[in-house]
Design a protein around this ligand. Structure first.
Ligand code: RM4
Ligand code: MN
Ligand code: MN
Length: 398
């Protein structure tokens, strides 16, 4: 099929080592701030979310872990751990990153770790420390931190004071970590704060992580940038500094749209993966990065959308792995910019789907996970079982 033996080897190695975590919040009924369109087959409980995530992994074998949002998935806190663990095992997946929720309760109207009220700051910290306990009990490595904190109007708060409150709070979080645990600090420039989000960009996230210590890393959510920002450059810098902890992948056209990865701009995703694969080639070892999806779909079927996302991720990662790195390095050395660009384009436009089909066949998977899942009848069965429950309750999403 037009690939050399060396390329076939590279492809197998790349796919064997590539896993992407899917979010529990991608399986329940959610919506936009204007309305929620209920899907009868959507998950109504944490166990159902895990069962659905298990389907994604069963058809793709590249999504073995599930990111959990503590408030939504462990509503009784630590007490829910055995139940959740059991449901995950039954679904053939493991609990992945633990996401605290310090943005939904009424007390967080003016922030969490940077709330001017010390009681609220204490409550937020206490919740995050509870999450670390859940992290320990579930054996999850990453605590994934996103904060809605910020101000909406000039003068609402002291930007410097809020920065220091964040440093203080995050240092306390860091001090509670142990073993192989890490904390990933996510940034976002706007929404829900529309004047000054406290952790607005990768620089702020980097500074706070550095102030915390060894276990803190930056989390890059691809939807959390201004238009035209060069995301792959941020990725390359963080890689070079050993500070890239992980990703929340999703695609966007306008703002934090949370669209299917690669649906709007697959070349953007390829360029991010390219920086990682180029780094890997140079160092001879893969960087330790948590690849995660942060998407929740209102219009597409949830399980099939997540399968589509996983397939897109594999395809784009594989294209990046197949870049001729030696030739690229040589072209860069002689400032042969046209050749360098053509090398990237050749990899991006190569049809890697036959390679993926072979990789799947060798693992006993269907060549096309999406059509195989659709033919399985899972969605129809779930709609029958869950339909009534979905009509009466719609779970929330920020
Ligand atoms: C944010 C961010 C976080 C997610 C929340 C609900 O936009 O992407 O990762 O947990 O939404
Ligand atoms: Mn995110
Ligand atoms: Mn987001």
């Amino acid at each position: 099929m037009g690939f050399t033996n060396a390329e076939l080897d590279t492809a197998k190695h790349a796919l064997d080592g590539f896993a992407i975590e899917i979010p529990s919040w991608g399986f329940a009924n959610t919506g936009t701030r204007f309305g929620k369109f209920v899907q009868e087959s959507a998950a109504t409980t944490t166990s159902e979310k895990l069962a659905d995530a298990g389907q994604v992994n069963a058809y793709t074998k590249c999504c073995p872990t599930v990111a959990m949002h503590v408030l939504w998935d462990f509503s009784n806190g630590v007490a829910d751990v055995p139940l959740v663990q059991k449901a995950a095992a039954q679904a053939g997946v493991a609990v992945g990153s633990i996401n605290p929720n310090v943005f939904q309760d009424q007390i967080y109207k003016h922030g969490s770790l940077a709330n001017p009220d010390p009681e609220v700051r204490r409550a937020a910290l206490a919740h995050i420390l509870d999450c670390i306990e859940i992290q320990t009990l579930t054996g999850s490595r990453d605590l994934s931190l996103w904060f809605a904190d910020g101000t909406c109007f000039p003068g609402s708060g002291s930007i410097r004071q809020r920065k220091r409150w964040f440093a203080e709070g995050l240092q306390a979080v860091h001090a509670a970590l142990s073993g192989n645990q890490r904390m990933l600090v996510e940034y976002k420039p706007f929404e829900p704060a529309f004047y000054a989000t406290d952790i607005a960009d990768w620089g702020m996230s980097y500074i706070l992580s550095k102030q915390c210590g060894e276990r803190a890393r930056v989390l890059v959510d691809t939807g959390h940038h201004y238009q035209a920002q060069n995301i792959e450059q941020i990725v390359a810098w963080l890689l070079d500094e050993g500070m890239l902890g992980g990703f929340h992948f999703n695609d966007r056209r306008y703002a934090d749209d949370d669209l299917t990865l690669g649906s709007i701009d697959p070349y953007q995703v390829f360029r991010i993966f390219h920086e990682i694969c180029y780094f890997t080639w140079e160092r001879g070892a893969r960087p330790d990065i948590a690849y995660m999806i942060d998407q929740s779909h209102n219009l597409k079927g949830k399980v099939e959308e997540m399968i589509q996302t996983a397939m897109n991720a594999q395809e784009l990662y594989l294209k990046a792995a197949l870049v001729d790195h030696a030739a690229l390095a040589a072209a860069q050395k002689t400032a042969d910019i046209v050749t360098a660009e053509e090398i990237l384009k050749a990899a991006f436009f190569a049809d890697v789907r036959p390679l993926l089909a072979d990789w799947r066949k060798a693992r006993g998977l269907a060549e096309n996970p999406l059509t195989a899942f659709r033919a399985s009848g899972y969605t129809e069965k779930a709609a029958k079982e869950r339909g009534a429950r979905n009509k009466s309750s719609v779970s929330s999403y920020a």
